[in-house]
Ligand binder design. Structure first.
Ligand code: SF4
Ligand code: SF4
Length: 476
C-alpha cells in the first residue's frame, strides 16, 4: 500500500492532489448518490453560500434524481445572482507563439505536428494584434504561448507584456493582461508579477496523474508534479491571483472536478487564498485532433452540472468559459455560474490583425462561437446580462486575500456594478453598433437608478456624463 498520505497543507503535489483521496471521494459519491438525508444536508449548506467540500461536491456531481438536479441549478443560479449580479466580464485570448517543445496529444501545437505553420509574433506584430483587439473594444487579455525555452523565453513574454500595456490606440487600452504560460520557477513568477500581470493562469489539463502522463508523453510539461505545484511557486513568487482549470474530456470528469476543488482547498489552506478563477474548457476539434479519440468527452448536460457544482463549491471564484463553447452551451452555463466570457476570439497566432478564420491551420482549436464581440455584447444585453470591461481590482491593489475578503463579505459588488456600467458605457461610445448602443444605453439607465448607495450612484452618474463627453477610465 502507498505510504503517501493526503495532506491539504503539503507542498508536494502527490500529497495535496492525493490519488487515494480522490478515488475514495468518487467511491463515497457513488455510494451516496441516492442518500436523501445527506443530499439535503449538502444542499442546505450550499444555500448558505460559504462553499462545500470536495467530497460534498462529488456527491452533487453524482446525483441522478432530476428534481435534485434542478435544485442544484437553482442554488447555483441564486448564488451567482447574489455575488455577481447580472455582470459578465469580457476578455480575449492573444496567442504570441505556437512553437512548442511539449507533446500534449490533444493540442495541435505539440512538437511532432509537422503540418501546422509555426509562428512567433514580433513586437511590431504584437502591436498590430493589440490595436485590432483595442478596436474591437477589449480591455482585458489572456496572453497565451506554447512552451519553447529558446523561441519564447520569459524575456520575450515580459517584453510582450510591456508592449501590450504601452499601446494606446484612439481611446483603447489593454488594462489587464492575464498570462497563461508554462509552469516556471519562483523567480520567473516574480518577474511576471513585477511586469504587472493580472492573473497567472495554468490549466492542470487533467488531475489524474496516470492519464496526465499518458497525455503528456514528452517535454517539460510531462513532469506532473512540477506542473501541479506551479500555482504554489506562483504564490511564493508574489502572484496572488491564480487561475486553475481542467480540460474536460481528457479523462474522467468526476476525477477532475474533485481535483480542481482539492487544488482550491490546498491553495486556501497553504496561502490563505484560493484560485481567483476556474476555467472549464472542453476538448474541441483542431488540426490533427479528433475528439472521437477522447471517449471521456462530456455532454452539454454534464457540462452544465459541472459548472453549477463548481459555482456552489467555490462561490467567490470567477468562472471562465471560452469561445470553444457554442452559443447554446454558453447560454446554459452562464445561467448557473459562469462569470467571464471571451468574445470575438482568434485562436491562431496573428489572427486578429489578419482576421483569419478560426479553422485556420494554425489555430489551437476550432471555435464554436464565431460571433464578433459586438454581437456577443448585444446577445448578452438581450439575455439581461451586463457585459463588463472592468479591470479595476488589480489596478486598485484588490488582489489575493484583499479581494477574497471583500468578496466573501459580499462587498465587492459595490465596486463591480458601477464599474460594469461605466466600462460598458465606454464600449458603447467607442465601439458599439447603433443597435447595441441603444440596448446598452437602456440597460445603463435602468441599472444606474438602482445603485443602492446614494454616494456611489451620484459619482457613477457624473462619470457616465463625463464618458459621453469623451473622458475615460473611471473606476471604483
Ligand atoms: Fe504546447 Fe500548450 Fe499545446 Fe501542450 S497544450 S502542446 S504545452 S501549446
Ligand atoms: Fe472584477 Fe473587481 Fe471589476 Fe468586480 S470590480 S468586475 S471583481 S475587476
Amino acid at each position: 500500500m502507498s505510504q503517501i498520505k493526503y495532506n491539504v497543507h503539503s507542498e508536494r503535489a502527490e500529497e495535496f492532489i492525493h490519488d487515494g483521496e480522490i478515488r475514495a471521494t468518487l467511491e463515497y459519491a457513488r455510494e451516496n448518490r441516492n442518500n436523501r438525508a445527506l443530499i439535503e444536508e449538502i444542499l442546505t449548506k450550499a444555500q448558505e453560500g460559504k462553499g462545500i467540500s470536495h467530497r460534498e461536491a462529488a456527491v452533487l456531481i453524482e446525483v441522478e434524481d432530476k428534481e435534485i438536479e434542478e435544485r442544484i441549478f437553482d442554488i447555483a443560479r441564486r448564488l451567482k445572482e447574489h455575488i455577481y449580479g447580472n455582470r459578465i466580464v469580457m476578455f480575449a485570448p492573444l496567442y504570441l507563439s505556437n512553437h512548442c517543445v511539449n507533446g500534449c496529444v490533444y493540442c495541435p501545437y505539440h512538437a511532432k505536428n509537422k503540418t501546422i505553420p509555426r509562428r512567433k509574433l514580433t513586437q511590431d506584430e504584437i502591436r498590430r494584434e493589440v490595436i485590432a483587439l483595442q478596436d474591437m473594444g477589449h480591455k482585458r487579455l489572456a496572453l497565451e504561448t506554447g512552451e519553447h525555452p529558446k523561441l519564447s523565453p520569459i524575456e520575450y513574454v515580459l517584453e510582450s507584456i510591456d508592449t501590450i500595456y504601452s499601446i494606446k490606440h484612439k481611446n483603447g487600452a489593454i488594462r489587464r493582461v492575464n498570462v497563461n504560460i508554462a509552469a516556471t520557477t519562483v523567480e520567473n513568477y516574480t518577474r511576471l508579477k513585477d511586469a504587472g500581470i493580472g492573473t497567472y493562469i495554468l490549466f492542470e489539463e487533467t488531475y489524474d496523474r496516470a492519464a496526465y502522463e499518458r497525455l503528456h508523453p514528452t517535454g517539460p510539461k510531462s513532469d506532473w508534479a512540477y506542473h501541479t505545484e506551479a500555482m504554489d511557486r506562483a504564490m511564493l513568487g508574489g502572484i496572488d491571483d491564480v487561475g486553475v482549470g481542467a480540460l474536460f474530456g481528457l479523462s474522467n470528469y468526476r476525477y477532475d472536478v474533485v481535483g480542481i476543488l482539492m487544488h482550491a482547498e490546498h491553495l486556501e489552506a497553504r496561502f490563505g487564498v484560493g484560485p481567483h478563477t476556474i476555467s472549464v474548457p472542453r476538448i474541441r476539434p483542431a488540426d490533427d485532433i479528433d475528439p472521437k479519440d477522447f471517449p471521456d468527452a462530456v455532454t452539454d448536460e454534464v457540462f452544465r452540472r459541472i459548472v453549477a457544482v463548481l459555482r456552489i463549491a467555490v462561490p467567490y471564484t470567477g468562472m471562465i468559459v471560452s469561445t470553444r463553447e457554442s452559443k447554446r452551451s454558453r447560454e446554459l452555463v452562464l445561467d448557473v455560474g459562469v462569470s467571464q466570457l471571451s468574445g470575438g476570439s482568434k485562436t491562431s497566432v496573428g489572427g486578429y490583425a489578419e482576421d483569419v478564420d478560426s479553422t485556420a491551420e494554425s489555430a489551437q482549436f476550432d471555435i464554436s462561437d464565431e460571433r464578433t464581440l459586438d454581437e456577443i455584447v448585444g446577445w448578452l444585453l438581450e439575455l439581461g446580462y451586463i457585459p463588463s470591461f472592468c479591470t479595476a481590482c488589480y489596478r486598485e491593489g484588490r488582489t489575493g486575500d484583499r479581494f477574497m475578503s471583500l468578496a466573501k463579505r459580499g462587498l465587492i459588488g459595490n465596486c463591480c456594478a458601477p464599474n460594469a456600467l461605466m466600462t460598458l458605457a465606454e464600449y458603447l461610445e467607442d465601439y458599439a453598433s447603433p443597435a447595441v448602443k441603444v440596448a446598452g444605453g437602456k440597460m445603463i439607465d435602468k441599472l444606474t437608478r438602482v445603485i443602492p448607495s446614494e454616494k456611489i450612484r451620484r459619482i457613477t452618474e457624473e462619470n457616465l456624463k463625463a464618458i459621453i463627453e469623451g473622458k475615460r477610465d473611471f473606476r471604483f
